[in-house]
Design a protein. Sequence first.
Length: 79
Amino acid sequence: MTSVSPGLAASAVKLAEALDALGPGDAPTAQAVLVDKLHAVMVRLRSLAPVQEEGDSVDDIARQREKRRAEARERAAGQ
C-alpha cells in the first residue's frame, strides 16, 4: 500500500510524539495546541484516505449479523 501523503503522516506522528512527551504538569496551553494541530492533521489525512468499498470491519459486522438472523429465521421456521 502506498502512502497518499507521507509528509502529512510524518507530521501527525511527530505531533503525537510531542504530545506524549508532555507531562501532566506541563502547560495545558501547549497540550491544547498540540491536540488541536494533531486533530486537524488527522482530519486531513482521513479525507485523503482512499475509500474502501468492501472489506472493512463494518462490513464484517453486517455479514455476521445477517448470518445470525438467517440462522434465527431457519430455527423459527423449523419449530
